[in-house]
Design a binder for this molecule. Sequence first.
Ligand code: ADP
Ligand code: MG
Length: 330
Amino acid sequence: MLWNRPRVLVLLGLIVALGWWQWHPQPGEVRRTRLLMGTTVEVVVLGTATDQAEAAIEAAFAEMTRLERLLGSGYAESDPAKLSRSQTEMVVAEETAQILELGLQVARESRGAFDLGLGRLNALWGLDGPDPRVPKPDQIKAALVGLGPEALDVDGVRVRRRQEVAIDLGAIAKGYIVDRGVQVLRDHGVTQAALNAGGDMFLLGHHRDRPWHIGIKHPRKTTEVLATLSLQNRAVVTSGDYERFFEEGGERYHHLFDPKTGYPARACQSVTVVAPSTALADALATAVFVLGVEQGFELIGRFPETAALIVASDGSQHGSPGLEQYRAGP
Ligand code: ADP
Ligand code: MG
């Protein structure tokens, strides 16, 4: 999961990952950063008195810290860790149940390209730790046993899992935590803000007199902007093969797995998703990455008010029909 990986990689990912903010610090803007979930989380608040904005941001950070402990698999007492140890049915926190419900929906709609049970496969590849490696084919095969949306049964806050499957919320929890941070800002009266957790972003209200303009970087040409998106009350999340990877025998192995094969998905270099919530954008970005252009756009089409920008593995760029309304250039 993201917050286990070494800092260096995180910062590298952060620099290479999602866009630059297309504005300059100006008076009346309160900006704070905090290391959370293994990445730099940045909050910018506008149009609110400084004291109130600072209190709001502090409260948002506190909530995000609480949720990191509840949802991160790096914490022995987190819900996914406890769930992966549990022998029978377990009662989870309301927040965990919400994530599992949404994750299962994306798992079903993506016909298993998204899977909440990749804990064992993830540990096998070791991409969160200092010593990633290509596992043996029979180890990979064994880690895929029991996967699929049916591996989890969620009934309110009661959850049961197939015993072979270890839960990993790495592809969705960060987005969910961003949404909760934004909700805390709103509860404190904030109406204009940007919250960015290492490329998982939500844009609340306007940036001054127009929507926020967010540049999406090219996954290979780090100085090139793929597109500038104009966003208001929307999340934007990018998943890329350059975020966490290692090379062996001239091959690049990264952290987004195809649950059908157990190997890194090969269809894309990067996928950016716009959605009404960051949790959904996070999950869809991972799912579309695995599915590729054609099936990925089909999946996007099944979720209202979502759009995607894909750089396929051959470098070609593809925008879903819904993307045009957000394009501010180039
Ligand atoms: P990041 O954490 O770098 O922002 P993602 O949101 O795309 O990236 O999530 C990647 C993480 O999700 C992986 O580290 C792994 O824990 C998990 N994961 C990898 N492949 C899948 C998949 N097909 N379905 C669900 N989760 C996945
Ligand atoms: Mg994701």
